[in-house]
Design a protein around this ligand. Structure first.
Ligand code: HEM
Length: 259
């Protein structure tokens, strides 16, 4: 593990917690998938139709046109949460994986990661700064629409279960604490030259400076954000968010079966 690679020290404790989470996540995925396969068994036994699968994946999984036909607001909410969450989940998983296996003297490490010699990293780190803010903002927009529809407008067709509230609360707290971490880091003048790439975090940093918060509490907040995120990851197979992973499979298999 190259533990100087990220904006925060990836300590042995954090590493151990992440490994335990991945193991719990895998156990949950196996348990949920076994149950799902039992129900889905008939449609798994047909020759797969590749064009139907690709069409359903693009139109119904990525673009979610079936929801757009029902309501634009509902589509915007769903699309933002789906894409925002997957974008951040993929980024976190990829960074964790790469920080473990990519040696420091390679181009990939120099461009994507920071080091004791360069606290800012290279062009790749700027792409990741923007990536996190774009997908984090999408997630926040989607969550805001979901919260307004469910708890402010209380739309009659929406039955709210504890599962919905738990997933929405987890995701909102994760997104807000993530941006708080970034904002706190960017109050440090060492990041002044590159702060504009993290356009949401940079705005927040200006607000935080006004109320006297500084980068001193960055690590404590990173721990808070990481522990909540990891707890949510372990809970995913049992949560409402599990359908983010299962629905695309169901959709493409059904499309293939129909074709
Ligand atoms: C699926 C789970 C996660 C989601 C949805 C998520 C979401 C976010 C968001 C929205 C941000 C602000 C935008 C950004 O800087 O990228 C953020 C920042 C951050 N996240 Fe997460 N996060 C997740 C998991 C984790 C985990 C497991 C860790 C640590 C082990 C972590 C560490 C951080 C750190 C350190 C920052 C601040 C980066 C900076 O200083 O710019 N996140 N996260």
């Amino acid at each position: 593990m190259y533990d100087n690679y990220l904006y925060f020290p990836a300590t042995a404790a954090l590493y151990t917690l992440s490994v335990v989470t991945v193991l719990v996540l895998l156990a949950g995925v196996i348990a949920s998938t076994t149950l799902w396969m039992k129900g889905k068994a008939p449609s798994l036994h047909h020759p797969l139709n590749a064009p139907a699968i690709i069409k359903a994946f693009v139109l119904e999984c990525l673009l979610q046109v079936q929801i757009l036909r029902i309501s634009v607001v509902r589509w915007l909410m769903h699309f933002c949460i789906f894409i925002g969450f997957l974008g951040l989940f993929a980024q976190t998983a990829l960074m964790a994986f790469m920080s473990h296996f990519v040696p420091p003297d390679t181009f990939i490490a120099k461009t994507f990661f920071v080091s004791p010699e360069s606290r800012l990293g290279g062009a790749g780190a700027r792409v990741l700064d923007m990536w996190g803010d774009v997908f984090g903002l999408l997630l926040l927009i989607g969550l805001a629409i979901a919260i307004i529809r469910r708890y402010v407008l209380r739309l009659p067709q929406l039955e709210t279960l504890l599962k919905d509230t738990l997933s929405l609360t987890f995701l909102t707290v994760i997104a807000l604490t993530g941006f708080l971490c970034e904002g706190l880091r960017l109050t440090d003048p060492a990041y002044a030259d590159v702060a504009r790439y993290s356009f949401v975090g940079n705005l927040l940093a200006a607000l935080l400076k006004n109320i006297g918060w500084s980068a001193a509490s960055y690590q404590a907040w990173v721990w808070t954000h990481a522990v909540i995120s990891l707890a949510f990851c372990a809970y995913i197979p049992f949560s409402k968010a599990w359908h983010i992973f299962v629905s695309p499979l169901e959709i493409v298999l059904d499309a293939s079966e129909r074709a």
